[in-house]
Design a protein around this ligand. Structure first.
Ligand SMILES: [Fe+2]
Ligand SMILES: [Fe+2]
Length: 489
């Protein structure tokens, strides 16, 4: 990822024109209507960024990665930039000649370069929902800069934030280019909704939750940005080629967001283990003693993970869903790694095993595969999460501490889908609501856990220094040395 223009080997298919106000590889120059629409939207976007983007730091020089091309080997450059001056651009992965629709009832037909009329509303909805999550996360994270555990982490937060901003640009491009006036109206509304606002909330639940502390941020970027990855992977399969190309490029940026999350939690765990060993504390449940060391006890980390995993699983929507069947059948949204799956990609006669909750018990039912698209994506997501969790557990194991981070049962703490009305423990034990309420603080962060985390967060702004609760990263961003000044405050 740390590639500079000097070591770019092959030129991108379409050169990004940096003399433009809006860096792009979509030949904005020759599309005056679109260019005007975007140039009108851009000042409103900057107003939104200043109002809802990172609080403070707007005048700071931040060492950021900027997307400058779409070639895999050299698509980004690093340098200091003030965030409001970041070059948010519109970059699509190169067009594949002769691409065909890879799934659904139009499988094998040439991919659409324009919106197919019959699917216009469905497609617009998919773009708007994806687009809405991008600014939402920036809003959720806007106060975190004040308590960053280091300049390295502060910079990573801002990197994620500006790239979510660029993802908003990407979706707005699609709306303005392909959906006419209602697309332009949707683009406006993406700047008007606000995370957590009662009157104009963001569309999806997890994007209205607070991100009050840095452990929340790392959990969010690991678990919730990973949902983003799964959604983008599914949209990258789309028969609507501009959406596919847009999402394919976004996935290159998304990988860094999950790195921030996974490594952030890992460093938090590592520091806890180091301090426990130094103090000779063997019992991870000795919360008082562990917290006295200025680190986060492992059971609290497990409870935070339980919370973020369960609210993120709700983002996949109902496991059995007619909407999902329709958008698959129409060729608009595929499955995770659709082209690598060995089946007919039309699923008319296939079934998929879905876990359901019937009369207080879990049963596996064969459901028509088309209706189970969301269930399958959720299963793929749960598998994808496990890799990082295994790496966290390696850190604990290496330190010789007896504790394992686990994914909660699929039905735990759900509000949407099959298990919305079930009360289920992380181990999969179903119970009545009263029992669940009396035990939920064992499984989800309590008020005092959250207060402990917020109180622990003190800003560290000296280059090369880190807060008490997190270990030092193994390598710097763009291979910079340990005391590098990632943000000039
Ligand atoms: Fe994003
Ligand atoms: Fe992201």
């Amino acid at each position: 990822m740390s590639t500079t223009p000097e070591n770019m080997t092959s030129a991108p298919v379409v050169q990004v024109d940096y003399s433009e106000l809006i860096p792009n590889n979509v030949e904005l120059n020759s599309d005056r209507a679109l260019r005007r629409a975007l140039e009108r939207w851009q000042p409103e976007y900057i107003d939104w960024w200043k109002e809802m983007g990172p609080d403070g730091f707007q005048e700071s020089d931040v060492y950021l990665r900027t997307a400058v091309g779409v070639d895999k080997a050299g698509w980004a450059k690093f340098g200091y930039v003030k965030m409001p001056e970041y070059r948010w651009g519109i970059l699509l992965a190169p067009r594949e000649e002769g691409r065909t629709i890879p799934f659904g009832k139009h499988k094998g037909e040439p991919a659409w370069q324009e919106v197919p009329g019959e699917y216009r509303a469905m497609l617009r909805r998919l773009v708007v929902i994806q687009g809405d999550t991008e600014p939402a996360s920036v809003e959720q994270q806007r106060f975190l800069g004040k308590t960053a555990p280091s300049l390295y982490d502060l910079r990573n937060l801002f990197q994620v934030n500006v790239e979510e901003g660029r993802h908003l640009w990407a979706m707005v491009y699609l709306l303005q280019k392909y959906f006419g006036r209602d697309g332009r109206e949707e683009a406006e509304e993406l700047l008007q909704r606000r995370s957590g606002n009662e009157d104009k909330p963001r569309i999806l639940g997890a994007f209205n939750e607070k991100t009050p502390d840095w452990l929340s941020f790392f959990m969010f970027t690991n678990f919730t940005d990973r949902d983003g990855k799964m959604q983008l992977e599914s949209l990258a399969q789309s028969g609507f080629d501009p959406l596919s190309r847009t999402c394919r490029f976004m996935l290159m940026e998304e990988a860094f967001h999950m790195f921030v999350g996974e490594s952030g939690v890992s460093r938090t765990i590592e520091q806890t283990c180091i301090k426990m060993n130094e103090a000779g504390i063997k019992d991870p449940d000795d919360t008082g003693a562990v917290r006295a060391l200025g680190v986060i006890d492992l059971p609290t980390i497990q409870r935070k993970a339980n919370f973020h995993m369960s609210v993120t699983r709700d983002l996949f929507g109902a496991e059995v869903s007619t909407n999902a069947a329709n958008s698959f059948n129409a060729g608009l949204k595929g499955r995770f790694q659709e082209v690598k799956i060995d089946d007919d990609h039309q699923l008319e006669n296939d079934t998929y095993k879905v876990m359901r909750f019937r009369d207080g018990r879990f049963v596996e039912e064969d459901v028509p595969a088309l209706s189970a698209i969301n269930a399958r994506l959720l299963d793929d997501y749960i598998t994808d999460c496990q890799g990082g969790i295994n790496r966290w557990n390696k850190v604990i194991e290496k330190a010789g501490i007896d504790f394992t981070i686990r994914q909660p049962h699929k039905a735990f703490n759900r509000r949407i889908g099959e298990f919305a009305d079930a009360n289920v423990s992380p181990d999969g034990e179903a119970m009545d609501e009263q029992t669940w309420n009396s035990r939920k603080e064992d499984w989800l962060p309590s008020g005092s856990d959250l207060k402990y985390l917020v109180d622990l967060m003190k800003p560290v702004t000296e280059p090369g220094k880190y807060a008490s609760w997190i270990s030092i990263p193994k390598v710097g961003i763009d291979k910079q040395p340990g005391d590098f000044e990632y943000v000039r405050i």
